[in-house]
Design a protein around this ligand. Structure first.
Ligand code: AMP
Ligand code: MG
Length: 390
């Protein structure tokens, strides 16, 4: 049995690098930017009004000052003349501030009568002008790699990147195994349950920017598993679920070995998730996850997500941890690293009462995995512990 850290290192070594492709910006949300891009223009390209009001001559105005309104500046259609002393231009948000004006007086602060305005109150500190280049300058670098969030998509659009270099979405085949499994929506027989793990893992993979490929459920016989392994060909990563323990019907290791799997490890000193295996099979990376629902999803968080991030150029690093005080005491831990389903209340963390690795309801209501290092001593309320936020 190897440690979680050793298993992660071996997984990173197996992770294939994913190539770069170019997609239209409309399709770049949630993708990983693969190369730095440069702003193709300056924003705002001109000094722009931040308010609806009047651009007045000079750089200030006092109560009682009067100006003749000689024109109008709208967003998209500026005023082309130059203001002289005593002149103002009606201006709207986003319009270029005309030459000769250094301040926009908001419309609430003036009295207008015909084509004349009178300043009502003393102006606040600001000039209500967005300076040219105040947001970004042409040539400014937008660094890669990064997982593009909606605000960054807007920024890429604003800097005029219509085609975005991103890593291809990794193709990840998911194979559920077991005679007891049926798909969601089907009517399970008396001895059957729903193949839930594959769906949770697919959602996790999609969240990270991968394309999960749910293959038919492999039955607990070698021919069926062989057939589904054949369907997985071409994937960057093949993830199997279940069938990885040492029971008579645990065929994954056996069938994979017969197909020539180059196994990197089997069994990790963790709870839940001990019967984890990984290696190379049919030209792809393969991870064999345990079948228990909590084990499969915890391994998804602890291993699959960091592996995907490594594949997508985001660096080979474990899932980020936070430090929190315990809200309840915990007992001493055994030899395996324990990932306890836990809840965070008022900034303190407490493990759920029931830690059985079959309990999806407990995992679904957990906010975090509280990490107990191997052989960690009993800990009291208030002691600091590490956790992975879910
Ligand atoms: P196994 O490793 O195949 O012995 O599976 C361990 C436990 O996880 C058994 O109770 C299985 O019924 C359950 N299990 C295996 N695969 C899945 C799956 N895809 N979805 C939900 N439960 C599963
Ligand atoms: Mg099974």
């Amino acid at each position: 049995m190897i440690s979680v850290a050793e298993a992660l290192e071996k997984l990173f070594a197996l992770a294939p690098a994913i190539e770069v492709e170019t997609v239209p910006i409309r399709k770049a949300g949630g993708r990983v930017l693969a190369q730095a891009v440069e702003a193709k223009l300056t924003q705002p390209p001109f000094a722009a009004s931040a308010m609806d009001g009047y651009a007045v001559f000079g750089s200030g105005a006092a109560p009682g000052d009067r100006f003749d309104v000689i024109g109008e500046a709208q967003a998209g259609r500026g005023y082309t003349g130059i203001l002289a002393k005593g002149q103002a231009v009606r201006i709207f948000t986003g319009a270029p501030v005309p030459a000769g004006s250094g301040v926009v007086v908001i419309q609430e602060d003036v009295d207008r009568s015909g084509d004349q305005i009178t300043i009502k109150t003393s102006l606040g500190g600001g000039d209500n002008i967005r300076p040219a280049g105040g947001d970004f300058l042409k040539g400014t670098t937008f660094a890669a790699p990064r997982h593009l969030k909606p605000s960054e998509i807007a920024l890429l659009a604003a800097i005029n990147i219509a085609e975005v270099p991103v890593y291809r979405r990794p193709d990840i085949a998911i194979i559920s195994t077991g005679d007891e499994l049926v798909q969601p929506g089907e009517e399970p027989g008396p001895d059957q349950i729903i193949a839930s793990n594959a769906y949770g893992l697919a959602a996790l993979i999609e969240e990270q920017g991968g394309v999960p490929r749910l293959l038919p459920i492999a039955r607990d016989d070698p021919a069926s598993l062989e057939m589904v392994f054949d369907l997985a060909r071409g994937a960057d990563l093949v993830v199997t679920i279940g069938g990885a323990s040492v029971g008579e019907y645990d065929l994954v290791g056996q069938v994979a070995a017969e197909r020539g799997m180059d196994r990197a490890f089997y069994k990790v000193a963790m709870r839940p998730g001990k019967p984890l295996m990984a290696g190379r099979l049919d030209g792809a990376m393969m991870i064999g996850l345990p079948g228990n629902p909590v084990s499969a999803l915890v391994c998804g968080t602890v291993f699959l997500v960091p592996v995907m991030r490594a594949m997508l150029g985001l660096g080979a690093a474990p899932a980020p941890r936070v430090r929190l005080p315990l809200a309840e005491p915990v007992e001493a831990n055994g030899p395996r690293e324990h990932y306890m389903r836990a809840r965070i209340t008022d900034g303190a963390i407490a493990p759920a009462k029931r830690q059985d690795s079959a309990l999806l309801s407990v995992l679904a209501s957990a906010d975090a995995l509280l990490i107990r290092p191997p052989h960690d001593a009993a800990r009291a309320i208030g002691e600091m512990v590490e956790a992975i936020l879910l």
